[in-house]
Design a protein around this ligand. Sequence first.
Ligand SMILES: Cc1ncc(COP(=O)(O)O)c(C=O)c1O
Length: 418
Amino acid sequence: MTTLLKTTCGRPLIPTKGEGSVFTILTAYASAPPVAVFKLTADFRSDSDSRKPWVLPVVKKVEQMIANDNSLNHEYLPILGLPEFRASSSRIALGDDSPAFKEDRVGGVQSLGGTGALRIGAEFLRRWYNGTNNTATPIYISDPSWENHNAVFMDAGFKDIRAYHYWDAAKRGLDLDGFLKDLENAPEFSIFVLHACAHNPTGTDPTPDEWKKIAEVMKRKSLFPFFDSAYQGFASGNLDKDAWAVRQFVSQGFELFCAQSFSKNFGLYNERVGNLTVVGKDSDNVARVLSQMEKIVRTTWSNPPSQGARIVATTLNTPELFDEWRANVKTMADRVLLMRAELKSRLEALKTPGTWNHIVNQIGMFSYTGLNPKQVEYLIKEKHIYLMASGRINMCGLTTKNLDYVAQSIYEAVTKIH
Ligand SMILES: Cc1ncc(COP(=O)(O)O)c(C=O)c1O
């Protein structure tokens, strides 16, 4: 007798013959697809045309200081993380003179990257936001967004995840009217995930005036802002400018969350260093929120790793290192701005069909080029240029050495493949 275990899509999973066959119980019904951006990185690494990412000089310096500091050890950190890291992280998000600090209503949770901060915040909201069971509370995520947002909130137990209008493909810019309409029509107390700056993947942010309009509707409708700040400093080269939206919301009296990642602006991708900044109504409420978050962290990762948090805390809390870091961040941001301008001018010089202003109007690491999936496939297979199927390119991969090649390849993709 032949036994076939079927997958949900009807394919045989483990064909076994004869009696006495043993099935493994740890078998999935279907393989999960690879995470696109990690697959892209793996493909890039296995390509012979590889290059090395930059380690920030200030990070190298602080790593040496940490290695030489005999007072440090490998004991567990507190569940909520390194206190000096949490405090300094929240300070760069909200600004030293934030009314929320003066009123003692800010808390922080060290987390495993920005993803961890989003997940802990999402878990808390599902359990405790505005009542105790929020599985039906709508979560609004921009269309498009970083692909993990949906999954993080879904895995935290939210059942009603909706998209809000954000990107106007025709004008290759923000669809403010659509966005405001979605805010107006959202049920009271809905939760909105907002990109603090350098929107991923479109590279398009609201202007300060547009943010004010967004905040006005959100306040009137009692909508909860959950900021995702993965690129502070990376967008404009200026930490304060890139935190403008978050600070504006705080100045308007919002209670909010801000998930901070130090992966990009410190180049600490594999150290998993992030912080969830909580701005509450008053210090008692913040203390209660943190006590619940402590319970969530305890069963999630128990307590966070120290190396990345020590690097960030030492840098942020030492004036000369802080200045050096800001200069390093500005170097990265300026280089991206320069690459944008150079790519645009090369595409135009080649008379590449279409308009390319969006390359310089967009901001941050990413650009939504408007290339279609076939053109993307052509660039990867024929030209060894790696970008997402959505046409999103990582501007950090561009250098003065490869600009001509990339522009010429995009020209060929656009003219040859439709
Ligand atoms: C918008 C956004 N949020 C969060 C993250 C996650 O950051 P981390 O790697 O620190 O978890 C990313 C990373 O790409 C991102 O683009």
